[in-house]
Design a protein around this ligand. Structure first.
Ligand code: GAL
Ligand code: MG
Length: 993
């Protein structure tokens, strides 16, 4: 609908003609430039920006009117006063409109440059006090989704789009002395919406800080700083001339002047270089006639030589994460505290890189990355992957010339807008040392517009390489303007194949990998190994940092009820695909983040040249790990700690050093381990001195595995056609011949089994269990048992029950046939079984026993991988040790409930009610979980807050448990983490004490 035809000529509304015009992106805005905030002379220009006398933060409660449709918005919408809203925020989180979570699919019909007629609009208003003092007033919006029309005192002042970029309006000429009205009409959709199809909750409004700058007409407009690894500093500027003073801490080391005509150049002797490991920053003071600007300068050089990505002349690995601006309480708004919390948490988990997926973050984010030491892949506000689904019955093909994801990348209509986004990215962040590369955007295909975008970036900045993943050269257009090959979710085998390619000389980066959805990822270490295998590999960034959620309400104990796609009544949604991260929405680490912290650790230890020596290998590139880390060690077995010690060491960057621990050559009886625990010293990274950073556990002694003994007097048994009863002292076992299950395990007159002991083949699918439909169609979760035969006999020291049975359902043949033998002695049962699975089961989640025990069996002890949940492919944050836990604390509370809390590599586990203890042992190792929830309950519920506890405690003793992998958006679970089929055997000893 043409707004002009429905509005009074000259009315504020009649100016709304830009949002469906792809050539009109900004009206009345200043030219984009490097981010800086001027301070008044005499001020500390390095203070927080709110301290500046020239800066007024306009955040706060603003007037707010919401219209479901721009058509129904009155001509005089400027006069408002119905509601209030905090600025910054997203209006969907304040009762207006509703949040929609969609990943690929566009939230509107694909009809560019048009958007639906009924565009929701939020009209924001606030008063501004002005008294003229010869200074211009520049109104800055750091982020508005999707576009804004600005009015000052009812007069049209400008228009701007590109949600994640600063729009600056010089509004001075529209101001009068005293109270002035600022009105921003924000539209939910504009033609830019097609370029902002990022995988996130689609939220609207003024979502970043708004402020006013007071500056002279004749002012410093822009400047560019380059500082390299030779200590060379160059500054060029436009606008007013400035004096420059460079300080190392408080020491003035160089000074000079810069003007449009003359740039400033100086060389710092023995400059301390900037890196993530040692983020050393110099201070540059820029002084004009009335302003002082504080810049932090990092000397560093990024280059790619011979296919190797380097910082300061050394190859570095990016061990990173992808981060979205997403918070359940404030939506897209990250204040400084939230940014710092995220970045500090990354550093605490040894993450050294962050990709601002898939748009630039707020400017202050980069200053923090400079300071804390994080490498940034700075990405333009661009993603158009919805193009793959826009034609109802057309799939991409060369013949029909529908190029799928590249539709927009090739469409001349969007060329101006795409180039605008690339320019905005580079011009704002060009001075930040943390930015190591520019990224053209995400999943927008490859075509002329993207090629031109890459060329534009190169013309603006020759000091950083250009990254882009979505080339998929469907029409063979060369992507040689890109400096590296980027892929996502590539398997480790395919990365190895890349290294063999003769035709490709560029380095390789995995801009997304290890999709961290739900319980996972399970392949971090495998990727680390590949990354380490070649300097051609730049490394990778885990998808993604934090789960996106909306708050649906609160539980009785005041905890937020987190919702995901489909919980807000969306027209269409992508479910819980937004809960795919290393942190819960409130930034509590998932166990996946703990895995990251351990896999990305700065030092690793391997066995040395002699039996008692070890080698410390440093992963650090620029600093001596020994200068910042101390090491404690301990030798343990299932009996606990046997010896311990500590030492200091020195190891050059990327080097190694050998240490000797004589205690390792002592004599051991049981499986024994040494664990090296590294703690921080001398202010390492964000860690407090003495805090643990990482560890390494190495097995130093493997004992002979004893066959489980049979204990005590030979039990007695009686049999009926339906039941065997076995008595051993005060213990009694009831074996049901009809189901081939133990119905009762009695100690005295108390039955420990609240339900019959079952074979268990199912787990509540984790998000990565993409084959879960096969499990349901085979009915692994609710099988019918057929018993072919049961027999009982007495042998030396025990009673032996043998069975032959199968498990199946309707329609198909049984999915498994099994032979089992139970040897019952004076103190327990040795279970042994062998099953053969039909080809209906391609990937078996687990194979083991499930026991329901009374609620008061809640005290769990185990010897195996703990204290965190652990799986065959996800146990790096855990180590082998003796752990004890209350069953209530063994649940990992995934927002979409799923299998959790397993412990891998256990040789013993027990659960006790204080009087009686049920113990499982298997010297070869097994997995177990102890939970208050059944797998059926975990599988059935959409949200954690809907979970109901089982009336019994559920103990799963798994002979085998499959890995968790990262298949939700990555390669299928590797063979080595699967349960080998079709034949699987299991054995375990169950004791009752
Ligand atoms: C990738 C995409 C990300 C995210 C992820 C799935 O293809 O680049 O933005 O959508 O898939 O979680
Ligand atoms: Mg995507």
């Amino acid at each position: 609908m043409n707004i002009k035809t429905i509005s009074r000529p000259g009315s504020p509304k009649s100016y709304m003609t830009c949002h469906e015009d792809p050539e009109t992106l900004h009206i009345g805005t200043l030219e984009s430039h490097a981010y800086f905030i001027p301070f008044a002379k005499g001020q500390d220009a390095f203070a927080e920006r709110e301290e500046s006398a020239l800066f007024e933060l306009l955040n706060g409660e603003w007037d707010f009117d919401y219209y479901n449709s721009i058509i129904d918005m009155p001509d005089d919408f400027i006069k408002q006063g119905r509601g209030r809203i905090p600025v910054p925020s997203n209006w969907q989180l304040h009762g207006f409109d509703k949040a929609q979570y969609t990943n690929i699919n566009f939230p509107l019909p694909y009809d560019p440059p048009y958007v639906p007629d009924d565009i929701p609009v939020g009209v924001y208003g606030t008063d501004y006090q002005y008294s003229s003092n010869g200074m211009r007033r520049i109104l800055c919006f750091e982020g508005v989704d999707s576009c804004l029309y600005l009015y000052i005192n009812g007069q049209f002042a400008g228009y701007s789009q590109v949600s994640h970029h600063t729009s600056e309006f010089d509004i001075t000429d529209l101001l009068h002395e005293g109270t002035n009205r600022i009105t921003a009409a924000v539209l939910k959709w504009c033609d830019g919406t097609y370029l902002e199809d990022q995988d996130k909750f689609r939220l609207s409004g003024i979502f970043r800080d708004v402020y006013m700058l007071s500056r002279l007409e004749n002012r410093l407009e822009n400047y560019r700083i380059t500082a390299d690894d030779q200590g060379r500093l160059a500054v060029c500027a436009t606008g007013a001339a400035a004096k420059l003073r460079l300080y190392d801490k408080d020491r003035l080391i160089s000074e000079g002047e810069v003007s449009e005509e003359n740039s400033f150049e100086t060389t710092v002797e023995n400059a301390k270089l900037w890196s993530a490991e040692s983020p050393y920053l110099y201070r540059l003071e820029i002084e004009t006639d009335n302003e002082l600007i504080g810049e932090r300068v990092g000397f560093r050089k990024v280059e790619i030589t011979n296919g190797i990505f380097k910082l300061n002349g050394r190859h570095i690995k990016l061990l990173g994460v992808n981060r979205h601006d997403s918070y359940p309480d404030t939506g897209y708004y990250a204040d400084r505290e939230k940014m710092r919390r995220d970045l500090t948490l990354m550093k605490r988990h040894n993450i050294n890189a962050v990709r601002t997926s898939h748009y630039p973050n707020a400017p202050e984010f980069y200053a923090m990355c400079d300071e804390l030491g994080l490498y940034v892949i700075d990405e333009a506000d661009l993603e158009t992957h919805g193009c793959v689904n826009v034609y109802n019955d057309l799939k991409w093909s060369r013949e029909n010339s529908y190029n799928g994801i590249a539709l927009i990348a090739k469409d001349p209509m969007f060329k101006t807008a795409i180039l605008d986004r690339e320019r905005l990215l580079v011009s704002r962040d060009i001075n930040r040392p943390c930015v190591l590369m520019w990224s053209l955007g995400n999943e927008s295909g490859w075509g002329e517009n993207m090629r031109e975008g890459a060329k534009l970036i190169k013309s603006l900045d020759s000091t950083r390489p250009v990254h882009y993943e979505s080339t998929h050269r469907l029409d063979d257009t060369s992507d040689d303007v890109l400096d590296m090959v980027s892929e996502m979710y590539t398997s480790t085998e395919d990365i190895r194949k890349f290294l063999d390619r003769e035709d490709e000389k560029r380095p390789f980066i995995l801009c997304e990998y290890c999709h961290a959805m739900g319980n996972g990822p399970g392949d971090l270490e495998d990727y680390f190994e590949v990354f380490s295998s070649s300097d051609r590999l730049i490394g990778g960034l885990v998808w993604e940092w934090a789960d996106h959620a909306v708050i649906l309400g609160y539980t009785e104990d005041g905890k937020p009820k987190y919702g995901y796609g489909g919980d807000s009544g969306e027209r269409h949604d992508d479910g819980n695909f937004c809960m795919d991260a290393l942190c819960y929405p409130d930034r509590t680490p998932h166990t996946g983040l703990l895995e990251v912290g351990q896999v990305y650790r700065p030092v690793r230890v391997t066995k040395g040249s002699t039996a008692d020596s070890f080698i410390i290998n440093s992963q650090l590139r620029f600093i001596d790990a020994g200068e910042y880390l101390s090491c404690k060690w301990e030798i343990t077995s299932s009996d606990g700690k046997m010896s311990e010690g500590e030492f200091n060491f020195s190891v050059p960057p990327m080097g190694s050093s050998e240490i000797v621990i004589p205690e390792v050559s002592g004599s051991f009886e049981k499986d024994s381990y040494i664990r090296f625990i590294f703690t921080a010293k001398n202010g390492y990274s964000v860690f407090a001195d003495g805090e643990e950073i990482c560890f390494e556990q190495i097995k130093i002694f493997t004992s002979q595995k004893a066959i489980s003994p049979t204990n005590g007097k030979t039990p007695e048994y009686t049999e009926t056609p339906l039941e065997y009863t076995i008595t051993a002292g005060d213990k009694r076992y009831i074996f049901n011949r009809r189901t081939a299950q133990f119905d009762g395990i009695f100690k005295g007159d108390k039955n420990i089994l609240a339900r019959p002991m079952q074979y268990n083949f199912f787990r509540a699918p984790v998000d990565n269990d993409t084959m879960k439909q096969d499990w349901y169609s085979a009915h692994l979760n609710d099988y019918i048992i057929k018993v072919y035969e049961t027999s009982i006999s007495q042998e030396q020291g025990c009673v032996v029950i043998s069975t032959s049975q199968s498990f199946g359902w309707s329609i198909h043949q049984p999915f498994a046939k099994m032979q089992a033998v139970y040897r019952i002695d004076g103190s327990g049962i040795n279970v042994g079984c062998e099953a053969e699975f039909s080809n209906k089961v391609e990937l078996l989640p687990r194979f083991g026993l499930r026991l329901f025990v009374p609620k008061d069996y809640d005290d769990v002890a185990y010897y195996g991988y703990g204290p965190y949940e652990s799986y065959i492919d996800k146990h790096y944050a855990s180590y082998v040790g003796l752990f004890r836990a209350d069953i209530a604390d063994m649940h990992e509370d995934y927002i979409r409930p799923q299998e959790n809390g397993s412990h891998y590599g256990c040789t013993e586990m027990s659960v006790s009610d204080g009087a009686t203890k049920l113990t499982f042992t298997q010297p070869e190792g097994f997995s177990f979980s102890a939970s208050q929830y059944t797998q059926e309950e975990l599988a059935a519920k959409r949200h954690n807050f809907e979970l109901k506890k089982c009336e019994h405690n559920v103990i799963c003793a798994d002979f085998k448990m499959a890995g968790v992998g990262s298949a939700a958006c990555g390669p299928q679970l590797a063979d080595k983490y699967r349960i080998p089929l079709p034949k699987v055997s299991g054995s375990i000893r169950i004791e009752i004490r």
